[in-house]
Design a binder for this molecule. Structure first.
Ligand code: MN
Length: 130
């Protein structure tokens, strides 16, 4: 991982979504490390600390709420934004996400025009050109 670009860990079981987010953010100068479930996500953060974590709330193995709560408890992620990427937009879903430790939300379906700015809005580091 380079220092210059934002590094985003994206935990998502859907291959098409991983591909889309990777392409859209990469074009905006943001590095995306895609992993398929919470097991891989937890393994990743043992080795490296991303600038931001995007979490799909509907995941196999460990659901997004449980996963977020586990990530949030890790000392190295204390100040790292964890953003839910979810179609669960009801107030009760949002409350549940915040209770688990989410910093905020990005709605699905993903808006490719807005996504880079949405991600950027959760971090203080400026966007770099390619
Ligand atoms: Mn999913």
């Amino acid at each position: 991982m380079t220092e210059k670009h934002l590094n985003v860990l994206y935990i998502e079981d859907n291959h098409d979504n991983r591909k889309l987010v990777h392409r859209v953010l990469r074009a905006a100068g943001i590095n995306v490390i895609g992993v398929v479930d919470g097991i891989e996500g937890l393994a990743f953060v043992e080795k490296e600390t991303p600038d931001l974590i995007l979490v799909d709330m509907q995941l196999p193995e460990i659901d997004g709420y449980t996963l977020t709560a586990r990530l949030r408890k890790l000392p190295q992620l204390k100040d790292i934004p964890i953003v839910a990427l979810t179609a669960n937009v009801l107030k009760e879903d949002q409350d549940r996400s915040f209770a688990a430790g989410c910093t905020g939300f990005i709605d699905k379906p993903i808006n490719v025009d807005l996504l880079p700015q949405q991600v950027q809005s959760y971090v203080s580091k400026p966007l770099e050109d390619n």
